[in-house]
Design a binder for this molecule. Structure first.
Ligand code: GDP
Length: 350
């Protein structure tokens, strides 16, 4: 057998090679953030976090919180293009006997991946027995109300201009914002957004965050969002470590593609990393040389998930990571990616 490869095969090989080269060039030129820039952004976020800790300890010593901490792609080395955002996690302490967690699939809303937090034993421990009763709405702990408590504090009673001038930053709360955020200008041309993310951790380790359901109809208002962030990121990193693979690089490239192409902006890090983890179950070759093949396969897989209208979460297959997209958004994303299959390099020309 053997024989010389035909002309189209050579052409294909050349196209393949050039996509591979283009992807790595794109990675180094556009995707990766210089370590100096990352360090400066992390420092600014840490300064803000330290100020807030001092403020909350002094002003609200009885608010049942664990120590706040910073997290997100800036800390996982998965941020792309610019170092411009971080999450400030605010872990809340709930009394075990006063609150219980109801999975979304057991409620009339039937949304796996979201939870209700129900107040228990009100007859023996009346309203006011738990600090967080002030955020109770209709018998449930309302993430919206929790965010409002922090908003009043952060936007209303902290003297950010004074703190900013000490740190030599310009700090202002972002209002209105979907969640609660601070904008920190830490150098003349560098801005960082710090999102507040109140967080509940269940005994079995499940984390819920106060980030509202995007298609928040009124009946969705009390839903807490289960976070798969930590487990997903750890899994991806562990797989890469085993074989010096390019899964994280592939994720960063596709995140940058979605960040830089407005038509793809609706695809988020969680969906993309999940799609890669699903692909890892079929594909074992994630060597650096395979980046272009895996990237194309990922695009095809995403088109497939969008066609199906559903993206099962690898950590809980009942959870649909597309459930907050409208049918029209799903169509548009699918169309954009489908068109890109025949000209993937168009995605890198931004
Ligand atoms: P990036 O923001 O696209 O670079 O990707 P990230 O991986 O940092 O994702 C951050 C987003 O995930 C934010 O919008 C968060 O609201 C959301 N998120 C969900 N769960 C978590 C969590 O446990 N930690 C953090 N940091 N973000 C989470």
């Amino acid at each position: 057998g053997g024989g010389r490869p035909g002309k189209t095969e050579l052409q294909k090989a050349r196209m393949h090679l050039s996509l591979q080269e283009h992807l790595w060039a794109f990675f180094h030129e556009r995707v990766a953030i210089p370590s100096e820039e990352q360090a400066a952004a992390r420092r600014a976020a840490l300064d803000i976090c330290a100020e807030l800790r001092v403020f909350l300890h002094a002003k609200l010593p009885d608010m049942p919180l664990r120590e706040m901490y910073l997290s997100g792609s800036l800390y996982d080395d998965l941020q792309v293009v610019t170092a411009d955002h971080a999450q400030l996690m605010v872990p809340m302490i709930l009394e075990k006997n006063l609150w219980s967690f109801v999975p979304g699939e057991d409620t009339i809303m039937n949304v796996p991946g979201f939870w209700l937090v129900r107040r228990e034993n009100l007859e023996y421990f009346p309203r006011g027995s738990s600090y967080w009763d002030r955020c109770m709405v209709g018998g449930y702990l309302s993430p919206k109300s929790v965010l409002e408590v922090f908003e009043k504090l952060v936007a209303g009673s902290i003297n950010w201009p004074a703190i900013g001038s000490v740190l030599d930053y310009v700090i202002r709360p972002v209002v209105p914002s979907e969640t609660l955020a601070l904008e920190v200008q830490y150098e003349t041309d560098r801005r960082l957004y710090v999102d507040f993310l109140p967080l509940l951790v269940m005994e079995d380790g499940v984390s819920l965050i106060a980030k509202p359901h995007r298609l928040a109809a009124e009946r969705h208002e009390n839903l807490w969002r289960q976070s798969f962030h930590v487990a997903q990121t750890a899994k991806l990193r562990a797989l890469d470590q085993e074989d010096s693979g390019c899964r994280c690089a592939c994720l960063k490239v596709v995140k940058a593609v979605c960040k830089l192409n407005p038509a793809l902006a609706r695809l988020n890090a969680s969906q993309l990393s999940n799609a890669i983890l699903l692909l890892c179950e079929q594909e074992s070759d994630w060597t650096q040389e395979a980046l272009a093949n895996r990237f194309m396969q990922l695009l095809r897989a995403l088109v497939g998930h969008l066609e199906a209208g559903r993206l099962p979460c690898i950590l809980n297959l009942k959870v649909d990571l597309f459930c907050e997209l409208t049918p029209q958004e799903i169509d548009e994303l699918g169309y954009t990616l489908y068109c890109a299959l025949s000209d993937p390099e168009s995605l890198l020309r931004t």
